[in-house]
Design a protein around this ligand. Sequence first.
Ligand code: NAP
Ligand code: MG
Length: 497
Amino acid sequence: MHARDTAFWTASAATLRPAAQAYINGRLQDAADGRQFASVCPHTGQTLAMVARCDRADVDAAVVAARRSFDAGSWSRCHPRERKVVLQRLAQLLRDNADDLALLDCLDMGKPISDALNIDVPATAGLFDWYAEACDKLYDEVAPTGPDALALVTREPVGVVAAVIPWNFPLDMAAWKVAPALAAGNSVLLKPAEQSPLSAIRLAQLASEAGLPDGVLNVLPGYGEEAGQAMGLHPDIDCLSFTGSTEIGKRFLAYSAASNMKMVWLECGGKSPNLVFADCADLDAAARKAAFGIYFNQGQVCSASSRLLVESSIHDCFVEKLLTEMAAFQPGNPLDPATRQGTLVDAGHTARVQGFIASGLQQGASLLSGGERLHIGNSDCYLQPTLFTGVTPDMRIAREEIFGPVLSVLRFDSEAEAIAMANDSIYGLAAAVWTDQLRRAHRVARALRAGTVSVNTVDALDPGVPFGGCKQSGFGRDLSLHALDKFSQLKTTWISL
Ligand code: NAP
Ligand code: MG
């Protein structure tokens, strides 16, 4: 067995030949008009593959295949135990192919190979297992009618579900949509982000290998304004689940209104506050998690703890601890297993994040650490982990989602001020509170407007708990049994006795 070092992963990358066509009705195929786009690796600058550039004709074909499979019932009406077995086989195939899947995401969007291998792939496999287990354990309801009637409340799949996802966790985000949608019995169209289409195509191939009937999972790589918009406007898609920016999320609402009123579920951006009170018992742990909460995945996390609110009396000492912890996130070659921060997704996004760093400086924040774009090997998509102090709530770096390794530190003097500052945002995805006082923990958690509030940790996440936002972070919940609500409809059958 070779050492799984940088040389091992570099050699594995050189021999990888990713499938790059659309996956429609159980088959790889080119786009109808034959067009392609390049999937580029942000750390080598090389084209990984020329990928099918799907557009309306391909979406139409995939919807026909999905609808046919749904109506045929081989998945939508099969025994729940059969569904469970197929999804469990898929989970195992994901584990069996972990190296290739991890490499695909690492090469496609620059995340460290260790994260892809130890976090993304196991989480994806685990999620398919979790929803597989749910298939044959959910009961429907009998309503409390009088003695002259029997009213059944049954859960039915909605039909054809589309999922449009971003590039920050390509495989995971696909699983967050596809696993519950399939478990609920739907047929699915998936559009991965143009920057990271390859692992989604592999997922569909593995799903077929696991025994998923043809047409039940279709993957349409392409551009948002083409394949994505065609899905949003399609008259025969029943439900669309989106993860991405707030700006594009709003468009999906308009697409739905302009077409068939399809159900739309949105997981959009965030500017999540992390509140550290002076009574926090373990400031070292708080600093370690604060660094992880913003620098993990190059800061490209929708629920990243990007606003750090620190009580004035511990501000300086906490920032000192943070400076130590953030040193672990110096960027490096994503194929090196020791790397904890890889490249950002591409040069355009890196420049956008740099623009935020410039605005922080221009608006008078103090750049305490980082701020530089680095050139390593053939790539200039590396950014130092960046820390701004002296940030005030009006600054752009305190208000807008940066989606990069940039942390804004604000100070507060009272609980009420901390809560007001935390809630002063158009977003409401996640929040964190560090305190050792039980009453304060509950009081503040209740007052924060966020889908998830973590107490004495950051970004708590588990397949068993719902994830999603309020305000312009969107609506609807991914993960947990509640995700199944998005992909099913209740039917009432009233039997007069
Ligand atoms: P994005 O630009 O909104 O793109 C997301 C998806 O929408 C991509 O597949 C994209 O396709 C597609 N799209 C773009 N323009 C479209 C259009 N006009 N019509 C239809 N589809 C369109 O977001 P991103 O830059 O990829 O990802 C970063 C954002 O995602 C951040 O705001 C982040 O907060 C958010 N995010 C949220 C969550 C959550 O759960 N709340 C999780 C992860 C990320 P192309 O790739 O071809 O542009
Ligand atoms: Mg790419």
